[in-house]
Write a protein that binds this ligand. Structure first.
Ligand code: SF4
Length: 243
């Protein structure tokens, strides 16, 4: 599948990406996870393909993660779904009034996001949740294409973790945003306002610790911290939230 050939709609892009096999190591890993399965998921028919972004094509707020988990998104077919990270993220969005239900179970379960889209810079589950720089770069055209569709409406982006932050900067530069030099550093609560070279609307980039158990179980990222940051990013994008 060639991400350089642009489809006419974001929905078609989402469909196209599910056929990508450009990274041999990740293709093998995502399919191996589906063959072996985790004991508690023996009844599941794993998705075992790339995971597209989730949320409306006219989102004002975009959240960027890292990559799907082998027994999470790679099993359920939806980003951030089927693992503790996603449980916290969707529950928080629901609490803010940005989703129609607090839980994401699997693709096609009826969950809707309001004005928010979630996506990843790497669409296939990597071993140990660590994609290589080459895999990140191979996957970048998919995010560039996705951002082409989102740019007319997106006003805030939240990078969940330093990997997302670093992966996003070249995508924003390619989209025409003027990045400061030196490049802004990731941190929880980092907030950078990016003008566009064509004089178009500003983009607000926020940094947030990733919602991984490593951060949440240790208290590095608490639910109030996440809720507060997402609320600020959403309001900055013009969305109404329940504070
Ligand atoms: Fe394709 Fe991205 Fe998956 Fe690599 S990580 S196989 S580029 S969808």
């Amino acid at each position: 599948m060639d991400p350089a050939a642009p489809p006419p709609t974001l929905a078609l892009l989402d469909e196209q990406v599910t056929h990508c096999r450009a990274c041999p190591r990740l293709v093998e890993w995502r399919e191996e996870a589906a063959r072996v399965k985790r004991k508690s998921y023996q009844d599941w028919d794993y998705w075992a393909r790339p995971i597209p972004g989730f949320g409306p094509p006219d989102a004002a707020l975009v959240l960027l993660g890292l990559a799907p988990a082998a027994h999470g998104g790679n099993r359920t077919g939806r980003i951030f779904t089927g693992d503790p990270s996603g449980d916290l993220l969707y529950a928080t969005l629901y609490g803010l009034g940005l989703a129609n239900r607090p839980e994401s179970v699997r693709a096609g379960d009826g969950l809707e996001l309001y004005g928010v889209r979630i996506t990843d810079p790497v669409r296939c589950a990597p071993p140990e949740n660590k994609p290589t720089p080459a895999e990140r770069d191979t996957c970048r055209p998919w995010l560039v294409r996705e951002f082409d569709f989102l740019r007319p409406t997106v006003r805030s982006m939240v990078a969940l973790g330093g990997f997302a932050w670093q992966a996003l900067l070249p995508v924003l530069a390619a989209a025409g945003y003027v990045l400061p030099r030196p490049r802004p550093a990731f941190g929880h609560g980092a907030h950078v306002v990016l003008p566009h070279s064509d004089g178009g609307p500003l983009l607000h980039l926020f940094g947030c610790y990733h919602v991984s158990p490593r951060n949440t179980y240790t208290g590095r990222l608490t639910t109030p911290m996440l809720r507060d940051l997402l609320a600020t990013a959403a309001e900055t994008a013009g969305l109404t939230v329940r504070r």
